[in-house]
Design a protein around this ligand. Structure first.
Ligand code: NAG
Ligand code: NAG
Ligand code: NAG
Length: 343
């Protein structure tokens, strides 16, 4: 497994210059209709999210005033000083036979050990002379758009696993859409965040304008635009959806597939990710500064504190919005919030 993990990291790095990055597991913290970025204070928020990171995750998390590192007592991430919260929409299987729903479980990425959750990356593709500016307390951002009606494949994409892995994220093996064939080894969803910052704002009204891609999206380059000149770590999420048991071939093909995101998107263009920075002190800056030295890579960064997989899996938060969001293997009659399928 270790060899596989190294190979995955190395192949990913080929897509830009071969540089070290962080790549680590965060187990599931909670699954619920909460969204402190886009719908602060709203209980329930419109659709179900799957959430990882520090257990101070809350319905309202005021920028700066709400100190994630101070308020959390545990995190689901490998790096025990990372109390950030990361979340995306959950994915559901809709039975083509009877229209009931089941939430699709998430599994661990190659070489990692976790209970649900995601793989998180901090990548140095926009660094200049090896330098990046880590996020400041209160920083947050959004990638993707739940209302998207067309593909933005450079940054939001899906891979049908089992076709020979080891390619750069969102490359020609991936599709903007949810795959329309059966994926026995799962579907990997990728969300790539921007790698350049305006240097001033912790947030913006659309949660996007304070950051920018160095190109048209996807993995960054060292050429941040003059409007957003500050190179920041490029955050990326990978979610491994366990689609292997949904194997009736009649459910796939001719543009058909049986999965739908929690906000009603059965195509996949609208998948989106939310990020609330919450590393303790200057831990993330130290890690980014150590990447070029080789002492810090993937899930084994020697300048950071590492917790066992067991401890990261033990960190859980019970739902604040208590409802059945479709526990693994259980059926629900509608998407939580009675969300309707829009395409
Ligand atoms: C979450 O928010 C509630 C309501 O504002 C508050 O009572 C609670 O202390 C918060 N949780 C943490 C960990 O701060
Ligand atoms: C609905 O269909 C699924 C298969 O698509 C099946 O596993 C499930 O048992 C069915 N539920 C009911 C209530 O018939
Ligand atoms: C992590 O790095 C240390 C020090 O470089 C090394 O001894 C150890 O084998 C590495 N562990 C993994 C899992 O790569």
């Amino acid at each position: 497994m270790l060899l596989n993990a190294l190979a995955a990291g190395a192949l990913l790095a080929q897509s830009a210059s071969a540089q070290n990055m962080l790549r680590f597991a965060c187990s599931q913290l909670t699954v619920e209709r909460a969204d402190p970025l886009v719908n602060p204070g709203q209980a329930p928020s419109p659709h179900t999210h799957q959430i990882i990171g520090g257990n101070s995750f809350n319905l309202t998390m005021q920028p700066e005033a709400y100190d994630l590192a101070a308020k959390s007592t545990c995190t689901t991430c490998t790096y025990s000083e990372d109390f950030s919260n990361y979340w995306t929409a959950a994915l559901y299987f809709k039975s083509p036979e009877n229209g009931t729903f089941q939430r699709v479980p998430q599994f661990a990425n190659v070489g990692l050990q976790q209970d649900g959750g995601m793989t998180v990356y901090y990548m140095p593709y926009s660094a200049k002379n090896g330098k990046m500016t880590a996020f400041k307390p209160g920083f947050r951002m959004l990638s993707g758009d739940p209302m998207a009606k067309k593909a933005s494949k450079a940054s939001i994409c899906h891979r049908c696993l089992g076709n020979g892995e080891g390619f750069a994220p969102c490359d020609s093996k991936d599709s903007a859409e949810l795959p329309t064939k059966f994926c026995p080894n799962g579907i990997r969803a990728t969300i790539i965040f921007p790698s350049c910052w305006d240097g001033k704002n912790l947030d913006s009204p659309d949660h996007k304008s304070h950051v920018a891609y160095s190109n048209s999206g996807g993995l960054g380059t060292p050429n941040c635009p003059s409007t957003h000149p500050v190179a920041i770590p490029q955050v990326m999420y990978e979610i491994m959806w366990d689609t292997g048991k949904y194997k009736n071939t009649a459910w796939y093909g001719n543009g058909k597939q049986p999965f739908v995101y929690s906000f009603g998107d059965a195509v996949g263009y609208g998948q989106h990710g939310d990020y609330l920075f919450g590393w303790k002190g200057d831990a993330l800056q130290k890690a980014m500064d150590a990447l070029p030295s080789g002492k810090c890579a993937n899930a084994n960064c020697s300048v950071l504190k590492i917790q066992s997989a067991k401890d990261s899996m033990a960190c859980k938060k019970s739902q604040m919005v208590v409802e059945d969001v479709g526990a693994a293997g259980k059926w629900i009659k509608t998407l939580p919030g009675d969300v309707q399928i829009m395409n």
